[in-house]
Write a protein that binds this ligand. Structure first.
Ligand code: AMP
Ligand code: MG
Length: 409
């Protein structure tokens, strides 16, 4: 079977998966970042709501020239507006965010005013009309469309929503993602290794940890044994329980790799082999009557780690109802050392990206790139995406780099 180029598999997955309607939920706005909006947000008010002062200072009923002296007739503070009438020759004290009352046309910042011996305010600078006033509706108008359903809400959106008086937000419910491991050699961390050849199950914990960055409910389904019956019943159970099933291991061509066979029996395989290193076997399919989405990651830990980034994450966002997908974060950086590579597969190497004093970026590969080595990915702060057709690369060559967002400020 021909290998699918990485970009083609990414497109195939995003074109195939689709969000199914579920009853949205309403949550407090402070908990909404990282969730997918399920309503359109239309502003019910003007922002600012009134003409307000941008400074602490004095408000005037006319333009006010440098050197002019003004009697102080009252005060407008934030939340406590001036209730009197404008008077000729009189100004009022005003604070940042306080309403500029009707009849007042300009504000001078207090640094440009002095108080004379009679207690009058004397300007040291001209104060033109509109000076230091934030006008009602200047930023947002009533009935303005602000966000559309499908947006992945961020922290700044929480600021906007709360500014508009939105205290509760309607968001897509979390989808359920089941995670299971396969492998008779696997032992749960914290438990003792009692038999020769056993290893700890690291993949499942890594995958569950990575899922915490998404609006999903994680269903930990433990491990299934390496025999067809166990794999079939494990997958069937998972497909009934969850919207998405993710497994690690058992998708290659070894004698105990039953996943593909099992998926074919109880569902469909949409895709199998991708032109990527690490992680060539990558099963994408659907399972059971519920047609749960299935991602079968290889057992080698780094293959699974990379596969999650390259294919699973964006698919999950789509399944969570996101319509504005996050862009891939890619930059070009200069290699600090030569890299061996043969043409035919995209090589996703673990690397350290560093910003140089002149603002340019360099990237250094993190030692051995074998797909079972767990320390490299933990020391790395980026993937180098070495093009499928590329051969060996020399120091100084520019390569495409995908930074790990969480490693940068
Ligand atoms: P497999 O894809 O099942 O052939 O596994 C490939 C390699 O990954 C083998 O060395 C397995 O022992 C290892 N492996 C499989 N599953 C896990 C896991 N959950 N955690 C750590 N290593 C694993
Ligand atoms: Mg295995």
């Amino acid at each position: 079977m021909a290998l699918t180029p990485v970009a083609n598999l990414q497109k195939l997955i995003l074109d195939t998966v689709h969000h199914t309607f579920r009853q949205p939920e309403t949550i407090p706005v402070a908990q909404a970042a990282g969730r997918v909006l399920a309503q359109d947000i239309i502003s019910s008010l003007n922002v600012p709501a009134n003409n307000v002062s941008a400074m602490d200072g004095y408000a005037f009923p006319t333009v006010a020239a440098a050197g002019s002296a003004w009697r102080l007739a009252g005060e407008s503070a934030a939340g406590r507006p001036f209730t009197g009438q404008p008077e000729n020759g009189a100004c009022i004290r005003i604070m940042t965010g306080a309403v500029v009352p009707t009849g007042f046309v300009a504000v001078a910042m207090q640094e440009n005013a002095e108080t004379d011996a009679q207690g009058n305010i004397v300007l040291t600078k001209d104060t033109p009309e509109g000076n230091n006033i934030r006008f009602a509706g200047e930023e947002i108008q009533r009935n303005q469309a602000i966000f559309q359903a499908g947006r992945i809400l961020n922290h700044a959106d929480v600021l906007v929503l709360a500014s508009l008086g939105v205290g509760n937000v309607v968001v897509q419910p979390k989808i359920r993602v089941a995670v299971l491991s396969t492998g008779d050699e696997l032992v749960e961390p914290s438990n003792p290794i009692t038999e020769h050849g056993q290893i700890y199950d690291s993949n499942r914990h890594m995958l569950m940890s990575r899922l915490r960055d998404l609006p999903v409910e994680i269903v930990d389904m433990g491990k299934i044994e390496d025999n067809l019956e166990a794999v079939l019943s494990g997958l069937e159970h998972a497909a009934k329980t969850a919207d998405v099933v993710m497994t690690s291991g058992g998708v290659s061509v070894g004698d105990y790799d039953y996943l593909r066979l099992a998926v074919e029996k109880i569902g469909q395989i949409h895709h199998y082999k991708v032109a990527m290193k690490p992680g060539k076997p990558f099963v994408f399919g659907q399972l059971g009557e519920s047609q749960a989405w299935y991602f079968g990651l290889p057992g080698n830990p780094i293959s699974g780690y990379v596969g999650f980034d390259m294919f699973v994450k964006s698919a999950l966002w789509r399944l969570c109802g996101a319509s504005e997908m996050p862009q891939p974060f890619r930059i070009q950086a200069a290699l600090t050392a030569p890299v061996k590579k043969s043409a035919g597969r995209m090589d996703i190497q673990r690397a350290t990206l560093t910003r140089q004093a002149d603002g340019s970026w360099t990237v250094a590969p993190c030692g051995s790139q074998d797909s079972h080595r767990v320390l490299g990915v933990s020391q790395a702060n980026a993937f180098m995406l070495l093009a499928q057709e590329s051969g060996n690369l020399a120091a100084g060559d520019m390569v495409e780099v995908q930074p790990f967002a969480e490693r940068f400020l």
